[in-house]
Design a protein around this ligand. Structure first.
Ligand SMILES: [Zn+2]
Length: 103
Protein backbone atom coordinates (compact mmCIF):
# COMPACT_ATOMS: atom_id res chain seq x y z
CA UNK A 1 0.00 0.00 0.00
CA UNK A 2 1.46 3.30 -1.09
CA UNK A 3 0.22 5.94 1.27
CA UNK A 4 -0.33 9.31 -0.31
CA UNK A 5 1.46 11.28 2.40
CA UNK A 6 4.50 9.02 2.39
CA UNK A 7 4.87 9.20 -1.37
CA UNK A 8 4.43 12.96 -1.35
CA UNK A 9 7.06 13.36 1.35
CA UNK A 10 9.48 11.11 -0.49
CA UNK A 11 9.02 13.03 -3.75
CA UNK A 12 9.55 16.34 -2.01
CA UNK A 13 12.72 14.98 -0.43
CA UNK A 14 13.98 13.90 -3.86
CA UNK A 15 12.96 17.22 -5.33
CA UNK A 16 10.76 15.65 -7.98
CA UNK A 17 8.63 18.75 -8.35
CA UNK A 18 6.64 17.64 -11.39
CA UNK A 19 5.24 14.71 -9.45
CA UNK A 20 4.73 16.78 -6.32
CA UNK A 21 2.75 19.25 -8.39
CA UNK A 22 0.58 16.52 -9.81
CA UNK A 23 -0.17 15.01 -6.41
CA UNK A 24 -0.88 18.32 -4.77
CA UNK A 25 -3.17 19.29 -7.62
CA UNK A 26 -5.35 16.20 -7.27
CA UNK A 27 -7.85 18.06 -5.13
CA UNK A 28 -8.58 20.45 -7.94
CA UNK A 29 -8.34 17.99 -10.78
CA UNK A 30 -10.51 15.22 -9.39
CA UNK A 31 -14.18 16.00 -9.04
CA UNK A 32 -16.23 15.16 -5.97
CA UNK A 33 -18.12 12.42 -7.76
CA UNK A 34 -14.91 10.91 -9.08
CA UNK A 35 -13.49 10.97 -5.56
CA UNK A 36 -16.59 9.21 -4.28
CA UNK A 37 -16.10 6.49 -6.89
CA UNK A 38 -12.48 6.07 -5.82
CA UNK A 39 -13.65 5.66 -2.23
CA UNK A 40 -16.11 3.03 -3.42
CA UNK A 41 -13.16 1.24 -5.03
CA UNK A 42 -14.49 1.68 -8.56
CA UNK A 43 -11.19 1.66 -10.42
CA UNK A 44 -12.77 2.28 -13.80
CA UNK A 45 -12.55 5.91 -12.77
CA UNK A 46 -8.80 5.66 -13.41
CA UNK A 47 -9.45 6.02 -17.15
CA UNK A 48 -11.08 9.38 -16.56
CA UNK A 49 -8.32 10.78 -14.39
CA UNK A 50 -5.57 10.71 -17.03
CA UNK A 51 -3.15 9.90 -14.26
CA UNK A 52 0.51 9.51 -15.19
CA UNK A 53 1.86 5.95 -15.23
CA UNK A 54 3.71 6.32 -11.94
CA UNK A 55 0.44 7.02 -10.12
CA UNK A 56 -0.91 3.74 -8.83
CA UNK A 57 -4.46 2.91 -7.83
CA UNK A 58 -3.25 2.37 -4.26
CA UNK A 59 -1.89 5.87 -4.21
CA UNK A 60 -5.07 7.44 -5.50
CA UNK A 61 -7.16 5.33 -3.18
CA UNK A 62 -5.11 6.33 -0.16
CA UNK A 63 -5.43 9.98 -1.19
CA UNK A 64 -9.22 9.73 -1.47
CA UNK A 65 -9.73 7.91 1.78
CA UNK A 66 -7.30 9.93 3.84
CA UNK A 67 -8.89 11.92 6.58
CA UNK A 68 -12.30 10.36 6.18
CA UNK A 69 -14.05 10.44 9.50
CA UNK A 70 -15.42 7.27 10.95
CA UNK A 71 -19.15 7.09 11.29
CA UNK A 72 -21.59 4.53 12.55
CA UNK A 73 -23.27 2.52 9.84
CA UNK A 74 -27.09 2.64 10.06
CA UNK A 75 -27.37 -0.97 8.99
CA UNK A 76 -24.72 -2.93 10.87
CA UNK A 77 -23.75 -0.36 13.48
CA UNK A 78 -20.02 -0.72 12.86
CA UNK A 79 -17.78 2.32 12.79
CA UNK A 80 -16.20 2.76 9.41
CA UNK A 81 -14.65 5.53 7.40
CA UNK A 82 -15.49 3.92 4.07
CA UNK A 83 -19.01 4.10 2.84
CA UNK A 84 -21.54 6.61 1.73
CA UNK A 85 -24.21 8.92 2.96
CA UNK A 86 -27.64 7.87 1.95
CA UNK A 87 -30.47 10.28 2.65
CA UNK A 88 -28.44 11.78 5.47
CA UNK A 89 -27.56 8.42 6.96
CA UNK A 90 -24.24 6.69 6.74
CA UNK A 91 -23.87 3.27 5.24
CA UNK A 92 -20.54 1.43 5.43
CA UNK A 93 -19.00 0.13 2.23
CA UNK A 94 -19.61 -3.49 3.23
CA UNK A 95 -23.35 -2.96 3.63
CA UNK A 96 -23.46 -0.80 0.53
CA UNK A 97 -21.90 -3.52 -1.61
CA UNK A 98 -24.25 -6.11 -0.13
CA UNK A 99 -27.25 -3.91 -0.85
CA UNK A 100 -26.06 -3.25 -4.36
CA UNK A 101 -26.00 -6.98 -5.07
CA UNK A 102 -29.56 -7.38 -3.81
CA UNK A 103 -31.01 -4.75 -6.13
ZN1 LIG B 1 -22.63 -1.51 7.67
Amino acid sequence: MQAYKTVLMELKRKGDLEKVKWLEGMNKRITKSQKQRIIENDNEVMQELFAPKWVSWDLIYSWATEGLEKKNCVLCGKKDSLGMDFKGKFMCSGCFIELKHKI
